[in-house]
Design a protein around this ligand. Sequence first.
Ligand SMILES: [Zn+2]
Length: 332
Amino acid sequence: MNKRTCDILIHNGQIFSMDPDRRIYCPGAVAISGSRIVGVGTDAELQQNFDAREMIDASGAIVHPGFIDAHNHIVHTSCRGIFGSYHDAESLPVNFADWKASVTDADEAAATTMAGIEMLRNGFTMFIEPGSLFSTEAAAEAVERVGLRALFSPLYLWDRGESFEAIPTLASPSLMARATIDHDRCIKELDAELHRNRNADALVRGYIFVYGEGTASPELLRTAHACARENDVPLHIHAGYLPEGADLYRTLTGKRHLVHLQELGFLDENTVVVHASALDADEETAVHETGCKIVWCPIAFFSLGITFNITFKMAERYRRGVCVSLGTDGAR
Ligand SMILES: [Zn+2]
């Protein structure tokens, strides 16, 4: 039988394939050619089928697909430790949002490189950036240079400002000047990152992140949802970050955020709600009924000091079969 040639054969590992049958091969092997995995199976089977240019002995170690950080504002890597907790915000000499507005393309490239190397060293091979980059090009170059994968969205898709009263540290006049609260801008930029998806081997791909927390009009939500479905990409949104934000949303609209999103047809199996900490029972039902997914950011949850008046719902969600991924929300 003719053997296939591959570049690298990792052998003598415990291979956690994470395929639909969750097969584990021990001792197992992975064959790689270029940037693609071309074979996964038992050691015996792959050594019989492949001639490798380079062999790597895993010495019995676990080999598994990379972790994905499902929510990472990547530029925060370059201000780690500076802004402390949400409750210290008033006492700081610099507003967090003003700092965000001041970053340069070089800052974003450096932060992405630094975060990327750190991620690789800790087993992460992909992250999802929630539309907070001014220069996705500079960051994409950094991602490709490091050798990670990433999903990028257009910059801050928001067209309503009333909700920032509840989350003042996330917005400032300088940030609004650079990322305008403007419906037409958002509509024009909705598909700005999707051109990347034409290349099936692209390390950086596009999706749509609507900033949320009450900063999107129903028209923006509907158009973003239609654009995401038309282009077969996921749609993410912040919701339920803080109880104050959830309460203000109800005051402004008369409805709970996720119940409203369900009514607007925004929630479905390809919609991902990020944070989902301050949800009430009706919103939990909306999650269950629509099959939307959740990204939960544990460090954000515990550092916000909201655990005294919010019930921790992850166990209940798990029992109800809700799909929950984890995110870091960025370096702190
Ligand atoms: Zn976020």
